[in-house]
Structures are given as structure tokens and as C-alpha cells.
Write a protein that binds this ligand. Sequence first.
Ligand code: ADP
Ligand code: MG
Length: 679
Amino acid sequence: MERQTTIRELKGIGDKTAALFARLNIYTIDDLLLHYPVGYDRFLPEVAVNQLEEGQVCAFRGQLQGSIAGRKTRTLTVSTCRVSDTTGEVSLTFFNIPYLKNMIKPGEPYIFRGLVQGKPASRKMEQPTVYTLEAYGKLLDTFQPRYSLTKGLTNNGITKAIRQAFSGCTDLAEYLPGKIRERYNLEGYREALEGIHFPENEEMLKRARRRLVFDEFFLFIVQLRRCRQYSQEISNTWEMLETADTVRLLEKLPYKLTDSQKKVWEEIRADLQGTSVMNRLVQGDVGSGKTIIAILALLMTAANGYQGALMAPTEVLARQHFEKMTQMAKTYDLPFVPVLLVGSMTAKEKRDCCERIAMGMANVVIGTHALIQERITYRNLALVVTDEQHRFGVRQREALAEKGLDPHVLVMSATPIPRTLAMILYGDLHISVINELPSNRLPIKNCVVGHSYRKTAYQFMQKEIANGRQVYIICPMVEAGEMEGLENVTDYAGKLKTAFPADVQISSLHGRMKPAEKTRIMEAFARGDIDILVSTTVIEVGIDVPNATVILIENAERYGLAQLHQLRGRVGRGKEQSYCIFVSASTQKDTLERLSVLNKSNDGFYIAGEDLKLRGPGDLFGVRQSGSMNFRLGDIYQDASVLQEASEAAERYLEEECVSESGDTGDIPSFPYIDFRSI
Ligand code: ADP
Ligand code: MG
């Protein structure tokens, strides 16, 4: 069995199960092995009942008090009972366990493990797992992987498939040169993979994770450096003159550029007219107004008779840009002829579009990956802008660049990467920073609240909706059963419909929907036809609906602060006062402290730095800091020291590779096993 073998070769995976795995984007053994756990169940020692913490999964030892009461509804058997130790009592509820009486016998101690709910005086657990003391003793201190799931696939099912894959897979050989492994004291590849899924202890998990993170960074940097784009200056063959159109646009816009926007636009203008082609990263916090900068660059390009391309990470965002530019072209009479090219268009639509590009009838091409996947011939592509570029592959960017004759490249990012890290990741890319927000913005008002506040929050939303505003609600999961204690978009939208009057329009959005469906919903939201949009973090990137003034984020403790900051950036984009409500059941001091950083600042750089300080770099189980840098495990902030090492290793590796073409560096020709699709 090899890594590219289909998972259907595994025992117990037929068509039906394979289809479930496909929902998680798992098709091959390789996909399965790279489906890393999202966390681990740690079977920690039991605690006394009065030590239980609300919102945490805990285990306690207790004995049955009184008897087990049961009732039946049409679909459910509900059993309830009370158990206690010498320090307190917990009410338990079980669903569909008719044989509970055989599991919990009076007078015997058991370990109950589950999510702690309710205040100390009324502690509750729903559907806890019941263990005999002996059974729990065996699990004590172990780490059980927890995977992201989909309806119909259990954690156990995935675990079994992965165990099988390990025992059957024959090509998990080491590929890093021995020298590098020794110098950086790295775990072996196979051991690391096994260690990330089934760590025997914390030490093993740490080593496994460090190795795999190292690989992600190392391979990323090697690939990046190998791209011609990043290693040489390429001379600028695009002759561009100043144009009156940009000046006119700036005069007619309903706002004035901020000083930093002006400065960045100056830098780009100079690049476009410079001696070598532009290779520039524009960093600007969410809402700082990066889009207009891109539009100005595209306008100057178009006015000089060339084509420009604008690539967005999602179809929704591409459409948003397309609408905006089409409208601007009309309103301000600009020489833009934009076309949209996205995956969900019909073959005929795509053909028409490509024809217009090839003939030079269109001069701004806006799209997603389709811009490089489709066979497009550009007539004279002089500028490529990528929005939120981290979602693009290095190779994809290169591929697009190859379609023109060395076009200028401009990448826009909201991820606050400190300059030193940016240098490691992007080498000699030039960096411009937009470090202020437009002055018409009122700072977003924030609050961190528990579940009991929801009702008040809904009333507040209702008021905003009555005033014509719109609302986002973010849940971490798509559907029920994916993970205990986490809200999911599907059920949540259902619940909301009963909490709001019937004329409030509620819709949901998530990554597993078809692109056309997502677009339809996003467009309806942008038009104001939807009042409340319940969504996963798919809306995190770029979406600009200035009329949305409230965002409520459920299970806020699950996200890194930088990601929460991005999500919060979906509101506060217009002149109205906006609000961000972080909902978290956690009463843990450190969680609350972490979330409170968001109250103190709206500055992405500051927030990322504080988060790192609070958690420390060794936080293994923590949430990911940067939702937008798509490494599987690695986190550029949290793993900054590994990034530094990997960068050094990559430079050295490439130097040696240059010296001895066939040499003993242990060739890493194409890194077949690391998935760069998402980096
Ligand atoms: P981001 O940097 O997150 O991509 P956008 O470019 O989407 O931000 O801009 C956010 C909103 O701010 C848009 O509605 C845009 O029209 C507006 N905007 C941009 N620049 C300014 C400015 N200088 N003054 C006021 N509003 C601005
Ligand atoms: Mg943007």
C-alpha cells in the first residue's frame, strides 16, 4: 500500500464510507495520514466534584445517589440520576442508553467524564462516559487523538482507519538529509507521523510536532527560494506613463486616501515605472483599505494599454471585487473592461471569457484559482495582484506569473507578519505597510460574555436589524456531531429562527457548500436581503459588507487572537458604530485574559504579539494563531523559533545544492508528500 493508494483498499471502507471521507477531503492513504488530530483527549486524573470547572471536560469519581429515573419520548430514552462524592453532587443526563442500570450500580464508585455544565450549586453533565476505576486507570495520562469529523464518521472510525494505514503503508521513508536531521535534532519522519496521531506521552507529541512543523516551513522556504521570481531582479519591459485616470479617480472618490495609503500608492507607482518588475507585499490590517490600492495599480496598467489580473482566494471575494470594479468603471468613467473568471461558470461562459482575454477586449481579469487552472492566453499581462495571498500556492503564483512576460506582482495581505518573519518567508520581496485605518471609523465596541448573555445579545441584534443593519454569527463547526460542546452552523441557524421574529431573514454559509450556493448567499447578504448570516470562518477573508455592524463569535476560545481579529474585521467597515461579541463558556482565567486583549486593541500586530506572550511558544494544544497562513500544523508566530531554524536549514541546503549538483545533500527533488495545495 502506497501513499497515493485509495483508502478503499483499507478494510471496512466501501463506497459509502469513502464518500464520507471524501467530505473531509480524504481520498488517499496520504490524505488520511495528513488528517492530523485537531486536539487530544487527555485522560487526566479525576478531580473532586467541588473542583470541576464549567466548560471543561473533566473526570470525577462518584457514586449513585437514589435511583435512575427514566422517561421516553417518541425518539429518545432519557435517563437521569445524581452522583456525588464527599464534596458535592452532579446531575447526569443520558440519552438512549436503556441499559444504564447495568452500567451504574448503587454503592459502587465509577469515573464519570464529560463536559462540565452549570454553576457549582447545580453541576450537570450530559452523556458523560462512564468508566470502572480499573478501565479509567488504563487510560490515565494517555493522549487520544481527536479528529475533525463529519456526520456518519466517528472518531473511532477515523482512528481505526489511520492505524490500518500505518500498518499497511510501505512508503513512509525519511526524505530529509541526515545532516539536517542531526543538526536540528529532528525526529524521524515515520516516527513523527505516528507520534502526531498516537503520542504515548507529551514528550513524544512535542518531538513529533516539531519535526512536522519543521518540514512544513523548510519545504515551503525551499520551494519559495527556488522560484525564479524570488531570487532575481527581472527587468521591467512594461513601459508605463503617468495617467490622468488615477488622479481623476482619487479626486472623485467619496473619501480621501489616508496618509499611509498615499505612501503605499506612491511606492507602487514608482515600482511600475522602475527598472525592474515589481515584487511587492502590501500589508495592512483588516479594513485599512487595500482594495483601492490594488484598483489604482490595475487602473494605471489598463490606462497604459496592458492587462492586469486580480486573483482572490474565494469565489465570493472574486465576485465582490468584480462587482466593485464594474461599478467603478461606470461611475467614474474609467478605462476598465473587467471580466470575471471563476470555477463555477459554465464551459461556454469560460470560453467566451477566455476569448475576450486573448483578444485583449478585457483588460482586468478577476478570478480565483481558475485564473491559472484554465488555459488562458493573455495578450499582454503586465500586472498580477493577489488578494490575501497566503491562500495561494507558491507554485500557483509562479504559474500565473509565467502566463505573462514577467508581470509585476503585487500581493495584499492582512496577516500581520513582523518584518523579520516576512523576510524569512518572502526573502527579498519589498514590503509596504498601511498602518492606519480610515479616519471615519468608529472603534468597534467589544465584549466577552458567557452563554447566559445570548438572549440579551439577540435582543440587541434585533434592534440593530430593525435599524436596517446586518449581523454575522460565527460557529466553529458545520454540522452536529463533529465535536463535543461546539456550536455548529446548521443547528444554530435552525435555533435562531425560533428566537427571532419570522420576518428576520436568517441564512447559513459554510465551506462544504457548492461554490454557486455560497455565492448566491453572499450576494444576497451583500444586497441586504439577509439579516443574519450564520457562518463558519469562511467569511474570515476579505468580505466587505459595510452595512454589517454586529458580529457574534461562538466558542471564541477556539480561535487564535489574530484570527478573531480578522473575523472582527468583517464589521466596522462603514461609518456606523459596530459591535463584536465574543461568546465563550470558558471560565478559565487565561482564556478570559487572552480574549480581553481584543478589548484593549484593534491593532493586529499588537494582538498577535500579546497572544504569543500570553501563551508562550510551547503551547501544543492551543488554538492556531493565524487562520490565514495555511500550514497544517505550523504557526508562524507560535513556532517562530522553528521557522528560524528551518529557514537557516533551507538556505544552507540550497547553497550546498548549488555547489554539488549531484552531491550528497540527499536530494529532495519534488517533495512528493507535502501538500502545497493550500500553502
Ligand atoms: P481591506 O484592507 O480589509 O481589504 P477594503 O479595501 O475592503 O479593506 O476597505 C474597507 C472599506 O473601507 C471599503 O468599503 C472601502 O471603500 C473603504 N475605504 C478604503 N479607503 C478608505 C479611506 N481612505 N477612507 C474611508 N473609507 C475607505
Ligand atoms: Mg481585502
